[in-house]
Design a protein around this ligand. Structure first.
Ligand code: CA
Length: 365
């Protein structure tokens, strides 16, 4: 693998260097068609204009066009405009679209292991995910898992740690969760199911009404920025943290392999750099907007966010391990990726306890 050799030469400048390390499978020589132009379709899993996620995907398309001096033209499609949101991966795999933007956990039907490249309950946060993907072998595993589908993945955004969700009643113990109907997809929903919650899926467009009318008792969405925009504080009063189920979801850019291999080296570099750029920018935007929106929720709408009780988090974490163990036993790829992820997270925790955790603690002394 050329990329392995390339990785050894990676120096300072984590994100950009990381981006350069990945994807340079086409090496050597300048391209004879440096003025060749490419016209790509980009499909996304996000509703039109969805703050942070949809706008971040648009930001990526703009960056590729601008940085390539227009040599890559991108026709951007929000969810449903060319293909439905959950068909984005297939569209890129088959070449209906050259590229897409979404989140790897949407493709668990293709590979259960894909979920680790977005987020898993009690997994790594955004900074830790980037360390794993860029420098800890995570990206390499991701490329391996997507290779059979003819799809090349790139980290391209992160929402940061999400919120635990909106509830129509106080959660003081595990018993308070029993019987609740909650909108929560994926592994988080599977974990809650084991403690008596009924997880359901509700599209964003119907979420407010479902919560307000009592069709559901609780919902997670994203964080203060998106939750405020959706008006969820008008439908439920109890806002819990942390988002144990989505501690730092990575968003992805996916590119059709043939389309990727058609690009000359310099344009491949431009796509990689644009992904790295958006990866940082989206995470920064969420960090900035979440705190602004949290202030609005607290000061203008009287919302007082509460932490989940320790007892609840402890049990959810225990059940998460049970669920992940079961999946590992049933799926070799899942086990391989989970083992790598788990080992990296454990190693990272030792450092984080001395670095960010200890630092933040020092601010509250
Ligand atoms: Ca969420």
């Amino acid at each position: 693998m050329q990329r392995r050799r390339f990785l050894k030469g990676v120096g300072a400048g984590a994100v950009v260097a990381g981006a350069a390390a990945c994807g340079s499978e086409r090496q050597g020589g300048t391209d004879s068609g440096t003025q060749q132009r490419f016209s790509w379709k980009m499909v996304t899993t996000w509703p039109p204009g969805l703050p942070g996620l949809g706008t971040g995907a648009q930001d990526l398309a703009d960056a590729i066009q601008r940085n390539s001096g227009g040599r890559i033209q991108i026709q951007f499609y929000a969810a449903g405009e060319l293909v439905p949101p959950l068909e984005v991966f297939d569209a890129v795999s088959t070449g209906t679209a050259e590229m897409g933007h979404g989140a790897a956990y949407y493709w668990k039907g293709k590979s259960e292991a894909a979920q680790f490249f977005a987020t898993v309950p009690f997994g790594m946060n955004a900074v830790e995910m980037n360390a794993w993907l860029y420098y800890g072998g995570g990206w390499e595993l991701w490329r391996e898992i997507y290779a059979p589908f003819g799809v090349v993945p790139f980290p391209a955004g992160n929402s940061g740690t999400q919120m635990g969700g909106w509830f129509n009643k106080e959660i003081n113990s595990l018993d308070d969760l029993v019987g609740l109907k909650m909108r929560i997809p994926g592994l988080g929903g599977e974990v809650l199911k084991r403690v008596g919650v009924t997880p359901v899926n509700v599209p964003a467009s119907e979420l407010f009404t479902a919560l307000e009318t009592g069709t559901i008792d609780a919902t997670e969405w994203v964080g203060p920025y998106n939750d405020l925009a959706l008006g969820l504080f008008r439908a439920a009063s109890y806002y819990y943290y942390p988002g144990w189920h989505e501690p730092g979801p990575t968003l992805e850019c996916i590119v059709n392999r043939a389309a990727w291999e058609n690009l000359p080296d310099d344009l491949q570099g431009i796509v990689e750099s644009a992904c790295a750029q958006v990866n940082v920018r989206m995470q920064s935007e969420f960090m900035a907007r979440n705190q602004d929106s949290l202030a609005v929720l607290m000061n203008e709408h009287g919302i007082t966010p509460r932490p989940f009780p320790d007892e609840v988090l402890r049990e959810l974490r225990r059940v998460t391990d049970v669920v992940l163990d079961e999946r590992s036993a049933a799926d070799a790829d899942f086990k391989r990726v989970r083992d790598a992820y788990k080992a990296y997270q454990a190693k990272m925790a030792t450092w984080q306890n001395m670095a960010e955790m200890a630092y933040h603690r020092s601010l509250s002394l």
